[in-house]
Design a protein around this ligand. Structure first.
Ligand SMILES: [Zn+2]
Length: 245
């Protein structure tokens, strides 16, 4: 059930962001039936079912055969699974809210390679309020500072695509998370992004360092991993390598 709710919310968020971006007015934002952007074919109810609709249509519009971005079914599947995991491991309320923020920002990052300042600022305010109210602790602050330094080093050596938005967002996540969760979140995100780049560079035969990828989808993925399995992964690594933290 949570899986289905996740898929539906993902589908709804994607559609709403798309409409906001394309200057729909407020009435159309809610009342307009979804349609193909190219041929204006209004989608029937079964074409709107998350994931399944995409599979039946084989990723193309029924009328004009225009390709539908793979981002939609994948992101729906992702949020569905995330909701299911968050439910099973009874994730705290602030994690659900942060997930929706990250999910929305991923959409922008994926499509425009840029994230809107306003949403990042809203997220930072939310993180600060939460931090002052419920999570006031030194390790989280230190973790946020350490990560800023690590990003500095990464940007210096790899010239990777870390924008100011990404950095502010990580600071916000640092304020929301326990420090062990945050370290897992950061490194899982970086690691999956690098693995993705390696495969991408092999398949597309591009130079590894020339690839620019949106970081937000990777951090959204690693955030879910960190919230659900963060402590387990952290303890496992600490015991394996006998770390003194
Ligand atoms: Zn069409």
């Amino acid at each position: 059930m949570l899986f289905v709710i996740g898929c539906v919310i993902a589908s709804f968020v994607n559609a709403t962001l798309y409409r906001l971006d394309n200057n729909y007015n407020w009435k159309d934002l809610i009342l307009n039936r979804s349609h193909c952007e190219k041929c204006k074919h209004v989608l029937s109810w079964w074409e709107l079912i998350p994931i399944i609709g995409y599979l039946i249509l084989k990723g193309r519009c029924r009328k004009c055969k225009e390709r539908i971005s793979i981002y939609y079914p994948l992101s729906e599947l992702f949020l569905g699974i995330s909701f299911l995991l968050f439910g099973l491991y009874s994730a705290p309320l602030h994690a659900w809210i942060a997930l929706i923020f990250l999910f929305s920002l991923s959409y922008y990052d994926y499509i425009y390679r840029a994230i809107p300042q306003m949403i990042v600022h809203l997220f930072l305010i939310f993180a600060l309020i939460y931090f002052c109210g419920f999570n006031l602790n030194l390790p989280s602050l230190i973790a946020a500072a350490v990560v800023l330094i690590m990003i500095g080093i990464l940007v210096y050596f790899l010239e990777k695509s870390f924008g100011l938005g990404d950095i502010l967002l990580l600071v916000g996540l640092g304020l929301l998370s326990k420090y062990n969760e945050f370290l897992v979140l950061f490194w899982v995100g970086i690691f999956t992004a690098i693995v993705f780049c390696v495969f991408y560079s092999i398949i597309k035969k591009k130079k590894f360092l020339k690839i620019k990828i949106p970081m937000l989808p990777f951090f959204t993925f690693s955030y879910v991993i960190a919230v659900v399995f963060g402590s387990v992964i952290f303890d496992f690594l600490r015991e394996t390598f006998h770390l003194a933290i």
